[in-house]
Design a protein around this ligand. Structure first.
Ligand SMILES: Cc1cc2nc3c(=O)[nH]c(=O)nc-3n(C[C@H](O)[C@H](O)[C@H](O)COP(=O)(O)OP(=O)(O)OC[C@H]3O[C@@H](n4cnc5c(N)ncnc54)[C@H](O)[C@@H]3O)c2cc1C
Length: 441
């Protein structure tokens, strides 16, 4: 059920020491390691499965400013520049294109929300176009329907989730960084209360800086270190259909279903925000903090099943450093797609764009999104453990902002002026009440 992804070769022998060790080879981890290596740091990246194997290959690929929460908008804008610059600097192909993102609606309330966001975005210098009914209908002519309105955001785009993280990892290796796949980090060594090394299944790497970019595993890894990091993982499903002769929009979002053209011409289809919450011990532990989040999103989030218990990423167990951990048992989180969602997604997509029927379902997969209580990631050094930098909880929209997050972490680690304000992402905010504002999208 895995999503298509380029596999890269990696280094077998662990270095004895490194200026920084990055744990997790998703888009956030590889971007962090890349920007650290660019500044002359010796960097080792360890990944328990293969680079990009979890969320970073399972998403739609949208790199959007459109409808971004204000706290993340500067990171989204900078990330778009970094996606572009990366190709020019390295010659590696992430599949990034500024193809624009396209939204259609017949719901006046939704259109008003988009217009309000457009007005706010203008204050940040971002141009996005509200489309009149006639414009939306013309641009959305592949649907054969008329629409009340829409949005086109020309400076946004997509990258290819099947290529992006491996491309950045390849660029990291060209800069001298090492990448170690099938290598789980079990925990940390400490000296005098600060990080002094990373204990992996293949040995220990001495270092004073560890960046943990472990996606859905972040809360359980933090728990081993006595750090409380509230995360709820939501299982989201995607359907891929083969390419079809008729040229369809590169991207299209409607409330019913959304579509993205991949760089091989196939399309990924999904229902925005729809997911299943699989009950786990961790979910129960943090449930009170997620009441506002689930209250806001209840229309699209449904109770799940035993998938979460089977994969073990949300168990409350403590693991030992000298024995295999749950991460070595489950190298790649590959949950079953939600059969009802797959059926509904495909039916709605064919209904919206009948030309898609010619393609037929090629495959379907699911991924666990790592949500924080306020829907905004945790990025920064954890005060109680000097040398440990957390970069997780990207809440279902971290692919597009991965490069900006990686750059910011490299800024924080090297003491450079940050590319944008890191304050909204402080991990310490979860110590206070997290009943603050939940991100809108
Ligand atoms: C269906 C779906 C659609 C989405 N659509 C979009 C979208 O269109 N746009 C967007 O911006 N975002 C989207 N997202 C969200 C986006 O994919 C994620 O926010 C982003 O990929 C997170 O990247 P990451 O590097 O933090 O985590 P991941 O990609 O999950 O990577 C974490 C990695 O850490 C590894 N790891 C964990 N613990 C350890 C350890 N102890 N030792 C070694 N390795 C470890 C894991 O194996 C994994 O490979 C979507 C997500 C899903 C599931």
């Amino acid at each position: 059920m895995s999503a298509p992804i380029l596999r890269i070769a990696s280094d077998v022998k662990l270095p004895e020491r490194a200026d920084a060790v990055v744990i997790g080879g998703g888009i956030v981890g590889v971007s962090t390691a890349y920007f650290l290596a660019k500044r002359g740091f010796s960097v080792a990246l360890v990944e328990k499965g293969y680079v990009g194997g979890e969320q970073s290959s399972r998403n739609w690929g949208w790199c959007r400013q459109q409808n971004r929460d204000a706290r993340e908008l500067p990171m989204a804008t900078k990330s778009l520049e970094l996606w572009e610059q990366f190709a020019a600097d390295t010659g590696e192909d992430t599949g990034f294109r500024r193809c624009g993102l396209f939204y259609l609606s017949n719901d006046e309330a939704e259109l008003s929300r988009w217009a309000a966001w457009r007005d706010f975005a203008k204050t940040a210098g971002i141009t996005t176009h509200m489309l009149s009914g006639a414009e939306a209908t013309e641009r959305g002519r592949a649907t054969g329907r008329s629409w009340k309105g829409g949005v086109f955001s020309p400076s946004d785009g997509t990258a290819d989730p099947g290529k992006a993280a491996p491309a950045v990892a390849a660029a990291l290796m060209k800069l001298g960084g090492s990448v170690h796949q099938q290598c789980a980090a079990r925990g940390l060594e400490l000296e005098g209360g600060r990080v002094s090394g990373v204990v992996t299944e293949a040995g220990t790497i001495k270092t004073r800086i560890v960046v943990y970019a472990g996606g859905a595993w972040a809360s359980s890894f933090c728990r081993q270190l006595g750090i409380r990091f509230p995360v709820a993982t939501v299982r989201q499903s995607i359907v891929r259909v083969a390419s079809v002769p008729q040229r369809l929009p590169d991207t299209l979002h409607t409330t019913g279903v959304s579509l993205t053209r991949r760089s091989d011409g196939s399309y990924t289809l999904a229902i925005s925000g729809r997911g299943r919450v699989d009950p786990t011990p961790q979910l129960l532990r943090f449930a009170p903090q997620f009441v506002p989040m689930f209250a806001k999103r209840w229309r699209n989030v449904f109770p799940g099943g035993l998938e979460g218990l089977r994969s073990g990423h949300e168990s409350l167990a403590r693991w030992r450093l000298d024995a295999p951990t749950p991460m070595e048992r489950v190298r790649v989180l590959d949950p079953r797609p939600d059969a009802a969602a797959v059926k509904q997604t495909y039916r709605r997509a064919i209904d919206l764009l009948p030309a898609l029927a010619e393609g037929g379902i090629a495959n379907a997969w699911a991924g666990y999104v790592d949500s924080t209580p306020d829907g905004v990631p945790a990025i920064g050094e954890v005060q109680q453990l000097p040398g440990f930098v957390l970069a997780s909880g990207f809440s279902g929209h971290g692919f597009g902002i991965g490069p900006g997050a990686g750059h910011l972490i490299a800024d924080l680690v090297t003491g450079a002026p940050p590319l944008f304000d890191p304050a909204p992402f402080r991990p310490e905010r979860f110590k206070q009440s997290a009943w603050g504002k939940v991100a809108d999208f």
